[in-house]
Design a protein around this ligand. Structure first.
Ligand SMILES: CC(=O)SCCNC(=O)CCNC(=O)[C@H](O)C(C)(C)COP(=O)(O)OP(=O)(O)OC[C@H]1O[C@@H](n2cnc3c(N)ncnc32)[C@H](O)[C@@H]1OP(=O)(O)O
Length: 414
């Protein structure tokens, strides 16, 4: 029977077949897929595509509009790609390739500046012009060795800390996150459903909900500036507490709030080990400790992937540390965003347009993604052989322009 690729309809049977296919693709046994009615009511299936073999859904793909913060704090619309699966029975026949090329072309047509995704495996998406644009890291801290003063409490002038319940988090979290994400390249918007799912109000994930503690930082004026969630595993050794805490998320709109939350987490009595969970790759944490060696880097990996769909729009949107101009020749494997562009940039703004001038730098769309948010320097990409310098010191000139304060970070999977 011929395979049929189409958007799924709003009918319960179509949505259910599609959702089941997604979970099968991610190895979740069918018995664990529950709460279908709630899913149908809450989740957005408007751009969910499926490939059907008869009435069986054998491949899934969904995209949705996402707001992505770029260096300097501007926001661009990205086409976020999610729920990519091809049944093991139908793999390596080009189903993903068909779905991806169709979706990216439509996104370009709609005017999305980029596409974004979180890659399950590193080697899937480079061929489609994506590159790793922001990473994540996890540390394990030996609390006793860290050297923080065990008498520490937050000085009043630096605000206050308080435990919060899930309802308070749903009330105060979204506005705090709005301020956080505008200050961090790589961050994406959180739809209301994110807060419901991540505070246990809506439960339809196959994994059982794990309760957590929330702690909220307010500045001296009482404005919420930081929020952390953590879980605790009680253990004891020789009758003494040897507790392990795992951070489930920490975001802060100010460095003061970030410092306060890490110090708070590391000052909880009984705690022997703090696992940061996958977090900001440029976290303040190791540097904040009197003995930074107490924090062992356990994981460091790519997280947010990006592919340009409109290079001039992306380059005009971001901020620049210095004045300068550069001609970038972008090679796009799918022919969607390539070309030679002249960037005239400065701290006051930038313009970017197609040009026939000779290139300073030649790079693929996926390499552009590595450079764009500030994840990797042009000098390093040149050293890796991923980027060609067509004029002398072009990568140094690019790095003066593209330099960012902190590395990009996307705290959210999607
Ligand atoms: C954003 C997200 O949702 S990430 C989640 C991705 N999904 C998963 O990891 C679930 C398990 N895997 C799968 O469902 C499938 O194997 C997919 C979706 C990764 C690939 O789907 P397929 O339909 O098999 O891909 P398709 O046939 O279009 O392959 C295109 C090319 O990519 C290559 N490719 C596909 N998957 C992989 C992979 N996991 N690793 C390396 N290469 C891959 C193929 O070999 C092929 O190369 P070729 O053109 O040189 O022959």
């Amino acid at each position: 029977m011929a395979l049929n690729t189409r958007f799924i309809s709003e009918s319960p049977s179509d949505i259910d077949a599609w959702v089941r296919a997604v979970y099968t693709g991610f190895f979740t046994p069918p018995e664990l897929i529950t709460h279908m009615e709630e899913r149908r009511a809450k989740q957005d299936f408007s751009r969910a595509r499926g490939v059907f073999d008869g009435d069986r859904c054998v491949a899934t793909f969904r995209s949705f509009d996402q707001e992505l913060t770029v260096p300097g704090g501007a926001i661009v619309t990205s086409n976020a790609v999610s729920a990519v699966t091809v049944a093991a029975t139908h793999r390596r026949r080009g189903l993903l390739s068909g779905l991806m090329t169709e979706d990216l072309a439509a996104a370009r047509e709609r005017g999305a500046a980029a596409a974004t995704l979180i890659a399950a495996e590193y080697r899937i998406y480079g061929r489609f012009g994506f590159g790793p644009a922001a990473s994540a890291a996890r540390w394990e801290v030996d609390v006793h060795r860290a050297g923080l003063d065990p008498r520490w409490t937050l000085p009043g002038a630096e605000g206050s800390l308080a435990f919060a319940d899930a309802e308070e988090v749903r009330k105060l979290g979204p506005e705090l996150h709005e301020r956080f994400r505008r200050g961090r390249a790589g961050a994406v918007h959180r739809p209301p459903l994110w807060w419901e799912r991540n505070t246990g109000a809506v439960r339809f994930d196959p994994e059982p909900w794990k309760e957590r503690f929330w702690v909220l930082h307010r500045d001296a004026e009482g404005v919420p500036q930081g929020l952390a969630a953590f879980r605790v595993e009680e253990r004891s050794v020789n009758g003494a507490p040897n507790t392990r805490a795992t951070v489930m998320g920490l975001l802060a709109a100010t460095p003061a709030a970030e410092r306060a939350l890490w110090r708070f987490l590391l000052s909880i009595d009984w705690l022997a080990t703090l696992d940061t969970g996958m977090c900001d790759p440029d976290s303040l944490l190791p540097g904040l400790l009197p003995d930074p060696r107490a924090a062992l880097l356990k994981e460091q990996a790519d997280f947010l992937w990006l592919r340009p769909l409109d290079v001039p729009r992306l380059l005009e949107a971001r901020g620049y540390a210095a004045e300068g101009s550069l001609v970038l020749d972008i090679r796009d494997p799918l022919g969607l965003s390539g070309g030679r562009f002249l960037l005239d940039a400065g701290p006051e703004g930038a313009s970017c347009a197609p040009t026939s001038r000779p290139a300073d730098l030649t790079l693929g769309a996926g390499t552009f993604a590595k450079l764009y948010l500030g994840e990797v320097t042009a000098a390093k990409l040149a050293a890796l052989g991923e980027l060609d310098e067509d004029t002398a010191r072009a990568s140094d000139r690019a790095d003066l322009l593209f330099r960012t304060g902190r590395r990009p970070w996307c705290p959210d999977g999607f």
